[in-house]
Design a protein around this ligand. Structure first.
Ligand SMILES: O=C(O)[C@@H](CO)OP(=O)(O)O
Length: 212
């Protein structure tokens, strides 16, 4: 039985381009972000993947990425389930601020701690631990049963909501998670064992031949 789970961060958003903390704000993809999503779909198609169901967040950069991936795989209209549980971490009072300005104001170390530590929340926002506390129950209750039932599942979401998931799948610690970055538009292709742990992981980047 194929237990395939593909995690894809959205393509570049308008606020990624402007280097603004985004969180639950809802900017759209840039033209580059649209292209990244289409390319991800082409890569997945080139390696023979098809999906049975897709999950995405309540934010349009992830929803549009999901739709563009499916479109370039010839799978537009596939069942797609949206949930706020998969949203980006809430960046609280930092949302809308420029990341370079924040580093000047609070210092590199503090800003890095807010962005990448496990349990230090940004002011008024969610830590990765808080984010995991909503992503993981949703994964266990809604996504994992579909994967274990033999369906091929796409999850199009966000840097930090996916870090919460990868932390568990890859068995990372609260320390090693601090150095994990998830690139825009690069799908992570997992196959799971019958006990729900990871059998294989492939990072689908440009080394994969995906000529049109
Ligand atoms: O601003 C955000 O919402 C996220 C993702 O772009 O930023 P960071 O990488 O700093 O967690």
């Amino acid at each position: 039985m194929e237990r395939m789970l593909v995690l894809a961060r959205h393509g570049q958003s308008e606020w990624n381009l402007k280097k603004l903390f985004t969180g639950w704000r809802d900017p759209d993809l840039t033209p580059l972000g649209v292209e990244e999503a289409r390319t991800a779909g082409r890569w997945l198609k080139a390696q023979g993947s098809q999906f049975d169901v897709a999950f995405t967040s309540n934010l349009k950069r992830a929803q549009n990425t999901c739709a563009l991936i499916l479109e370039s795989m010839g799978q537009s209209g596939l069942e797609t389930i949206r949930s706020e549980a998969l949203n980006e971490r809430d960046y609280g009072d930092l949302a809308g601020l420029n990341k370079d300005d924040a580093r000047e104001r609070w210092g590199d170390a503090q800003v890095h701690e807010w962005r990448r530590s496990y349990d230090v929340p940004p002011p008024g926002g969610e830590s990765l631990k808080d984010t995991a506390a909503r992503v993981l129950p949703y994964y266990i209750q809604h996504i994992l049963p579909r994967v274990m039932g033999g369906e091929r599942v796409l999850v199009a979401a966000h840097g930090n909501s996916l870090r919460a998931l990868v932390m568990v799948l890859d068995g990372m610690t609260t320390k090693t998670i601090a150095s994990l970055e998830i690139a825009t538009g690069i799908p992570l292709v997992y196959h799971l064992k019958a006990d729900t742990t990871v059998e294989s992981k492939l990072i689908l980047d440009k080394d994969i031949d995906a000529a049109d």
